[in-house]
Design a protein around this ligand. Sequence first.
Ligand code: TXA
Ligand code: MG
Length: 313
Amino acid sequence: MKVTTDKAIELIRSGDVVAIPTETVYGLAADARNPLAIEKTFRLKGRPQDNPLIIHISKTEQLYDFAADVPKAALKLAEKLWPGPLTIVLKKKVEVLDAITAGLPTVALRMPDHPAALQIIDACGPLTAPSANKSGRPSPTKPDHIVQDYGTAVAWVDGGETDIGIESTVLNLSERPFTILRPGKIGSKEISNLIQEEILTETGKQKLAASPGTRYSHYKPNATVRWLNKNEKPGDKENALYLCHTDNYTNIEMKNVVHFNGNYSQFAMTLYDLFRSADINNFREVVIEIIHDNIENTISSALLNRIEKAVLK
Ligand code: TXA
Ligand code: MG
C-alpha cells in the first residue's frame, strides 16, 4: 500500500516496517533502536540472522551514536561523499543491537541521498534499511517490485524509479588495510584519492574477508542467469532474454535482445527490473554478454559483481 512520508513516519514510530526510496534501491526501513521492528524486518525478508543490516543516518554526528571509533578517513569520506551511495563499516559501540550487527564487532552506516529518506530519518531517528526485496530476490528499484515480493503486507513511499539501481559500496574502515566488501558506484580510486590511502578491492584479500551478505547467492530472478557462450549469438534462443552492453551486437534487433551500447549507468539502473520482467514474461534464461573487470569503470565492476552472484547456483 502506498503511503505518504508523514504516514511512513507515523508507522515507523509505532514500530512498523515501511519500504522507502533511496538513491540506490528501496530499503525496508525500521527504527534502529526497536528490537521488535528489527525482528519484523528479518521475518518479512526471510533474511538469515547472520546477515547484518545497514543503519541509515541523516547527520554525520549520528556516527558517534553507533561507532566506538570514528577514524579521520570516515569523517573525510562522510564530508565528501555523504549523502551518497557509500556504506562505512566501523567498530561498533556495545549498545548497538546484536540483531542489527549479527553479533559482529562492527556496524555499517550510510547517509542516503534521497529527500524522502532523509526527511523520514530526521523525524524517526536512525533506521535500519536492508534492500526491500525478499531475501535472494533482486533488489527493488521501483514500487512494483515491492508489491511483487510483499503484496499488501508492506507499506511503501513512492519515489518512482531509483537513480542508481544497484546497492551502495560497502567499505570496511574498522581495520587496515581498508577494504571494499561490496563494490558499487563509488569506487576504490575515488576513495583512495580522498583519503590518500590504498584501498583493497574485490580481488585478493577481499574475497576471503567478504561481508556476510556476500556469502549468499543473491539478486536472482527465477530464470537462470548465465553468461553468453563463445559461439552463441544474442537472440539465438527464443525463451532467453539477452542483455548486451558493448556495441558488438548492435545489428541484432530482436524483441528478446536488449542493448546498452556502453551505457553502464543505464544498465545498472535497469538490471533488476529486467531480471524481474524476465520472470513475468516467462523467459527461462537471462543471458548476459561477458563483462570484464575494469577498475577504471566502477559501475561496470559493480554490475559484474551483482551478475556473478545471480549466476551462482
Ligand atoms: O544501497 C544500499 O546499501 C541499500 C539501501 C536500501 O540503502 N541497502 C542494502 O542493504 O543493500 P542490504 O541489507 O541488502 O545489504 C547490506 C550489506 C550486506 O551485504 C551486509 O552483509 C553488509 O551490508 N553489512 C552490513 N553490516 C555489516 C558489517 N558490520 N560488516 C560487514 N558487512 C556488513
Ligand atoms: Mg540486499
